[in-house]
Write a protein that binds this ligand. Structure first.
Ligand SMILES: Nc1ncnc2c1ncn2[C@@H]1O[C@H](COP(=O)(O)OP(=O)(O)OP(=O)(O)O)[C@@H](O)[C@H]1O
Ligand SMILES: [Mg+2]
Length: 356
């Protein structure tokens, strides 16, 4: 019997007591040993982000959805979901009654500037776009300068165009990937979905069609939107927890721009009150920044796997002892997990409760 064996072999679990403060946090699930509710107090945690790791089908998406929607309800803040499989629009309905806007970026491209915005905002947003593009495609300086000049001109005169059309002549080496990326962006006026909507409503950014065409284009879109969200929050200066962002299947961003992504995570997270709730299959997807990323997470949740190597690899991030690894191996089934939740040093063995 799992519970008995856990009780017998890991008496240190008895030291994990849930304080009143912890009960005030976000509900995560049930302690499989004690049968009590486990909460994580994001407010007390110096590091806000959440990392979920788990093999395919282990429950990452459900875990992220449950925790992210509970956090956004608890702090009364908006939720932005980057959805590369097109699964969140229906899933979110089960977890939140708040209206959700679906933004399909293959239908409505991301505006990098809008008419009537101040020149300094245009310059900032254009630079943000070029820097993001550069972190994925490594552009020579003169190309960056040329496209900056062109984009500022387009924005200033409020010329509405796809960036793929506007920047056709600027590439020395044209690739399908760069065309796909640029076609997801536009200059000028996009009346239906301005970016600031992301700070007013729950939005699912549907990247599923773009992802089928090109994961790198999708990573560019996610990074750019994340940076724009941060910029708006910086201007609003709201303090504390201001937004929850859900980022499933992190590997494709890590693969093409892990450094840029890690910088966003570290620099913006705490100060801007953004909680990034992320999931990926393997901790090694995040190399060489796995340590830095986990250090910036107040909650690290590893869903069950029968692989010993998986738990050994994760043991340093979860503070799992040898006995702990043996017990983790006994967890079977979707939603069963080992979680390190700040401020507790010792890991919890939990069932992620998708309900409530
Ligand atoms: N906490 C849970 N309790 C009960 N069932 C769950 C739980 N989490 C997930 N499941 C079940 O497992 C299925 C797969 O879960 P989910 O899609 O979250 O896995 P995943 O790790 O995201 O998979 P993938 O790697 O394919 O994206 C769900 O459809 C649901 O039926
Ligand atoms: Mg999933």
């Amino acid at each position: 019997m799992l519970l008995d064996s856990v009780a017998y072999t890991i008496p240190h679990m008895l030291l994990n007591t849930t304080t009143k403060d912890a009960r005030e946090g976000v509900y995560i699930g049930i302690d499989v040993f004690f049968g009590r509710a486990i909460h994580w107090n994001a407010k007390l945690s110096p590091r806000h982000h959440i990392l979920v790791v788990g093999p395919t089908g282990s429950g990452k998406t459900i875990t992220l959805t449950a925790i992210a929607s509970r956090l956004s309800n608890l702090f009364n803040v908006t939720l932005t979901v980057f959805d590369i499989k097109g699964e969140y629009a229906s899933l979110l309905k089960l977890f939140t009654s708040d209206a959700t806007v679906i933004w399909d970026v293959s239908q409505i491209p991301i505006p990098i500037c809008s008419c009537n915005e101040a020149d300094e905002d245009t310059a900032y947003n254009v630079n943000l776009f070029i820097n993001t593009l550069n972190s994925l495609y490594k552009l020579p300086t003169y190309v960056r300068d040329q496209i900056r000049e062109q984009l500022i001109k387009l924005c200033k005169y409020c010329y509405t165009t796809s960036l793929d059309d506007a920047l056709r002549n600027y590439w020395i080496e044209e690739t399908e990937s760069i065309h796909t990326t640029l076609s997801a962006f536009s200059a000028g006026y996009t009346p239906s979905l301005p970016l600031h909507l992301l700070n007013q409503k729950n939005v699912v950014v549907d990247l599923s069609k773009l992802f089928l065409l090109d994961p790198k284009a999708t990573a560019t879109v996610v990074l750019y939107i994340l940076k724009r969200i941060m910029r708006t929050l910086q201007n609003l200066n709201l303090g504390y927890i201001t937004k929850v962002v859900l980022l499933d299947e992190l590997w494709y961003i890590a693969q093409s721009a892990v450094e840029d992504f890690t910088n966003i995570l570290i620099r913006y997270g705490r100060g801007y009150g953004v909680v990034l709730a992320m999931a990926t299959q393997s901790i090694d997807d995040l190399n060489p920044y796995a340590d830095t990323i986990t250090e910036n997470c107040g909650a690290v949740i590893a869903l069950s796997s029968p692989s010993r190597g998986y738990w050994i690899r994760l043991s340093r991030y979860l503070n799992l002892s040898k006995k702990g690894i043996e017990n983790a191996l006994k967890l079977v089934g979707q939603g069963m997990a080992v979680a390190r939740l700040y401020p507790y040093e010792k890991p919890f063995y939990i069932y992620i409760d998708p309900l409530t």
